[in-house]
Design a protein around this ligand. Structure first.
Ligand SMILES: Cc1ncc(C[n+]2csc(CCOP(=O)(O)OP(=O)(O)O)c2C)c(N)n1
Length: 597
């Protein structure tokens, strides 16, 4: 078959199937999401979304114990949620191969923090594989499953945004036939009580030594000879940048980067007299090389934040080469102009792009909720989803956003500490199921005075419209049972009412009344994401003589409303949700059918 163009995420799913993988699960999170989405379209593998990453990890361990090669996927912060089972399964080990994909996001393209999860593989004493392109993402899956079974350990396959989302040609390999691995009862291995865990911990430490020997011999850790007296140790996508910036340098490419192959590193130092480590984010390899007592150029030159690129790597290291030890072979450090991306570009030659801050879509139902909430004297504790954009100007309707599910617990703590209903928690439907639900149980148990607004837009909008327990939609598009949020709330004894932003005035009143009512209350705003609902476009007109540019409608932050000198105008991207007409108190905005609101 001809090589196919695939993103790294697609390649991981295909690579899993080729290597006999039969189970894929995870929770959406950029840049990991498309792995489960791709697996859901492939034959021979079951794919499912789990309610959160912890449940996904536990589900994956169950599938592995049942004898199916399994891949579990999440974004870097998702692994924080899954840390408890992750650390324990390192000791318990696996039955069929278990691969944990951690998709990290250097540069925080769509994340609340920047963390380097290579450290978490080391922390958990498990092997770490780092593909640098789509072909490797595909090939490394087979290696990962094999290592997992041979060493009785979960294996982390760590990608970053550029590997996950970059596309490259992938040549399909021969499918791997997998022997069945029936489940065997092994209480001392799978029951992590202290007496058993001690033995397993000892085994994990022994395993680490055996894995180091394997990493020394692994074909994934290669020395690529160069012609300069300069060597670069690198892994993942940073390899591509290093290679392009210094095509004549010696390279030690670490595809299997934990445990670090000490002997191979020493061998590498035998070829060159100056070595740099090129890695994104933390000095993960660098610090281990330094601990070996070896001199190395590292984070004093290479940025420890954000993404790298060829030009950054070149600019960071070139000064360290000038005046260095005499070259052993013919040396030519590429001139800046030789780099694919010229390091020095005159800003005046670049096209000026307008600054486009992220903004809620025109017609987004979250906007109506924020418009009413911001009128109340409550501290709005936010959460993570599209609705986090409500914190930005001009809405300024959320005071906090910490991590998924935090809004309800923060609201509870705030109100308890002050002894009154001072804060409101604002949370999306997917986030509610992910980790808000336990905080609501807690608030009920602790008799919190509070209000929770659940923005039930019937999807996980932020990561691209995935299903969740509230919708029942599976990653292959099929329908499953949908769980009713209102009944969940009522079931735990919490007062719960519903609203729809289409009736803005009723929503406004409901929020006002609920704030005044003692106890804990939930309002579920049942208004579907505008990208799902795709309502018929209604025309909105401005009555110029009624508009005095008071700014009320502009304050809802709709990208379809533009200020003018004397009156506002409605732009073409308006979908006619009518919120601006509801908000205007001068009848300056009319919505078709021509009804002055
Ligand atoms: C621990 C963790 N997992 C996943 C994500 C990625 N993520 C951000 S918001 C979100 C869910 C948003 O869905 P919802 O709460 O329904 O809000 P919406 O975007 O639909 O408004 C996800 C999966 C994350 N930031 N953190």
């Amino acid at each position: 078959m001809q090589p196919q163009l695939m993103s790294g995420n697609e390649a991981i799913a295909h690579g899993a199937v080729r290597a006999g993988g039969g189970f894929a699960c995870g929770y959406p999170g950029t840049p990991s999401t498309e792995i489960v989405e791709t697996a859901a379209k492939l034959e021979g593998i079951h794919a499912q979304w789990c309610v959160n990453e912890k449940v996904a990890m536990e589900t994956a361990v169950g599938a592995s114990l049942a004898g199916t090669r399994t891949v579990v996927t999440m974004k870097h912060v998702g692994l924080n949620v899954a840390m408890d089972p992750f650390m324990a399964v390192s000791l318990a080990g696996v039955n069929a191969g278990l691969v944990v994909v951690s998709a990290d996001d250097p540069g925080m393209h769509s994340s609340q923090n920047e963390q380097d999860n290579r450290t978490l593989a080391r922390f958990a004493k498990i092997p770490l594989l780092e593909p640098s392109d789509s072909q490797e993402a595909y090939d490394f899956m087979a290696e990962a499953f094999a290592l997992s079974e041979e060493f009785d350990t979960p294996v982390m396959l760590r990608t970053t945004t550029r590997v996950s989302h970059g596309r490259g040609l992938v040549a399909a390999r021969e499918p791997i036939a997998v022997e069945p691995r029936p489940y065997e009862r092994q209480i001392s291995k799978y029951v992590m009580v202290p007496a058993n865990a001690k033995g397993r911990n000892h085994r994990a430490l022994e395993r680490l030594q055996e894995l180091r020997a394997r990493s020394e011999a692994s074909a994934l850790n290669v020395i690529e000879p160069g012609t300069m007296d300069f060597g670069i140790i690198t892994s993942g996508v940073a390899y591509e940048y290093a290679k392009e910036a210094f095509p004549e340098a010696w390279i030690l490419k670490l595809g299997f980067s934990n445990p670090l192959p000490y002997a191979k590193v020493l061998e590498f130092y035998g070829h060159v007299s100056k070595v740099a480590v090129v890695e994104e984010l933390d000095p993960f390899i660098e610090e281990q090389v330094r601990a070996m007592g070896l001199p190395v150029i590292g984070k004093e030159a290479i940025p420890a934040e954000g993404e790298l690129d060829q030009a950054t790597v070149y600019r960071a290291l070139a000064p360290h080469l000038a005046g260095g030890p005499a070259p052993r072979g013919p040396v030519s450090v590429p001139e800046p102009a030789q780099l694919a991306m010229a390091p020095e570009v005159d800003a005046k030659d670049l096209p000026v792009l307008p600054v486009r801050p992220p903004v809620l879509c025109p017609g987004c139902p979250h906007r109506g909720v924020f418009s009413t909430l911001r009128k109340r004297r409550m501290v709005p504790m936010g959460d993570i989803g599209c609705y986090t954009l409500g914190a930005l100007a001009p809405l300024l309707a959320l005071d906090t956003s910490l991590c998924m599910g935090a809004s309800i617990g923060m609201m509870a703590g705030f109100n308890k500490a002050l002894g009154r209903k001072a804060a409101v928690g604002v949370i999306g439907d997917s986030t509610f199921f992910h980790s808000g639900i336990t905080a609501l149980l807690d608030a009920r148990y602790n008799e919190v005075e509070g209000l929770v607004v659940i923005l039930d837009n019937r999807t996980t909008a932020m990561t691209g419209q995935q299903g969740h327990p509230g919708t029942g939609i599976h990653p292959d598009g099929s329908d499953g049972p949908a769980i009713d949020i209102v009944r969940v709330c009522l079931g735990i004894g919490v007062r719960c009412s519903t609203a729809d932003v289409a009736d803005y005035k009723a929503l406004d009143k409901l929020i006002k009344d609920e704030i005044k009512t003692p106890g804990l209350g939930v309002i579920v705003v049942q208004s579907p994401c505008i990208l799902l609902a795709r309502p018929e476009k209604r025309t909105v007109e401005v009555v110029a003589e009624n508009c005095n540019m008071c700014g009320l409608c502009l304050a809802i932050g709709c990208p379809a409303i533009a200020p003018g000198d004397d009156f506002i105008s409605i732009l073409e991207n308006c979908i006619g949700c009518g919120l601006c007409a509801d908000i205007c108190n001068r009848a300056a905005i009319l919505i078709e059918p021509a009804v002055a609101v």
